[in-house]
Design a protein around this ligand. Structure first.
Ligand SMILES: NC(=O)c1ccc[n+]([C@@H]2O[C@H](COP(=O)([O-])OP(=O)(O)OC[C@H]3O[C@@H](n4cnc5c(N)ncnc54)[C@H](O)[C@@H]3O)[C@@H](O)[C@H]2O)c1
Length: 257
């Protein structure tokens, strides 16, 4: 029960890493609130988690829409009266050469991956400042530190999240709020599955290629990242501030050959 009774908000909690984190946090006794645009997957997920030690509520929230976030915040505070953890996890990808990516896609990826965490943090921070306690986990990616083919637009958003994390930590440390970033490598989620199905004639060949980029033999699982989020959310990481936690199978650790 590493998160007993902590009120934990997870954006993009219906699928992939967010869903695995919601499940783990629930098992660790948290009061979990997931926010996602995908209501069908959210409902399914919440149904599956009935009977866990914690509690979980799903809300339809678009992290790019301030009104939607404000309504969610109001409901969360009515249910719990406080917010202990915010995991800014919701994100989307864009694949292609920079000059071929439509401007509309650039704005969309920026909106979900960067403006979203800004808007949700902006709503939640006054609560944490008032409490004089809180934890924010921002989803970056190992791509913030390495070059990867056809990902310049996506990489720009994850680099922004890493930089934002470090300066947020400086500003909110006096309020006993910790802000850290997660930097996953390739985690096998619907996000990666969609990309492989759409971009490659043979996804299996692509998976073998992805494995060659890393030191570990297998791609990551959503649970690998969820355990890292659990550490950052819990009091066990009380001395971890403004950090980037890599969960990348060694992608940034060295060359396998
Ligand atoms: N999977 C990877 O290899 C990988 C690696 C590094 C970083 N990441 C990051 O991890 C995060 C989660 O990725 P994932 O692989 O679990 O993706 P996913 O697509 O499996 O899940 C993302 C969730 O976010 C939700 N979402 C999308 N737009 C939203 C919006 N506007 N408002 C609210 N919810 C929204 C989706 O409905 C979905 O449930 C993303 O920020 C992604 O960039 C993923």
């Amino acid at each position: 029960m590493r998160l007993k009774d902590k009120v934990c908000l997870i954006t993009g909690g219906a699928k992939g890493i967010g869903a695995a984190t919601a499940e783990l946090f629930c098992r660790e006794g948290a009061r979990v609130e997931i926010a996602d645009i995908d209501q069908a997957s959210s409902r399914e997920h919440v149904e599956r988690l009935k009977g866990e030690k914690g509690q979980i509520v799903a809300s339809e929230v678009d992290v790019t829409n301030a009104d939607s976030i404000a309504a969610w915040k109001k409901d969360v505070l009515a249910r719990h009266g406080r917010i202990d953890v915010l995991f800014n996890n919701a994100g989307i990808s864009a694949v292609g050469l920079l000059h071929e990516i439509d401007e509309a896609i650039w704005h969309k990826v920026m909106a979900v991956n960067v403006t979203g965490p800004y808007l949700v943090s902006k709503a939640v921070l006054p609560v944490m400042v008032e409490q004089k306690s809180g934890v924010i986990i921002n989803m970056s990616s190992c791509i913030a530190e390495i070059g990867l083919a056809q990902r310049a637009v996506y990489a720009a958003t994850k680099g922004a999240m890493l930089s934002m994390t470090k300066s947020m930590q400086v500003d909110y440390a006096p309020y006993n709020i910790r802000v850290n970033a997660l930097m996953p490598g390739t985690i096998y989620t619907p996000f990666v599955e969609d990309y492989l199905q759409n971009a490659y004639a043979d996804p299996q060949v692509a998976i073998e290629g992805l494995k060659k980029r890393q030191l570990g033999p297998e791609l990551g699982t959503p649970e690998d990242v969820a355990y890292a989020a659990l550490y950052l959310a819990s009091d066990e990481s009380r001395y971890v501030m403004g950090a980037e936690l890599k969960v990348d199978g060694g992608v940034t650790g060295g060359k396998p050959y």
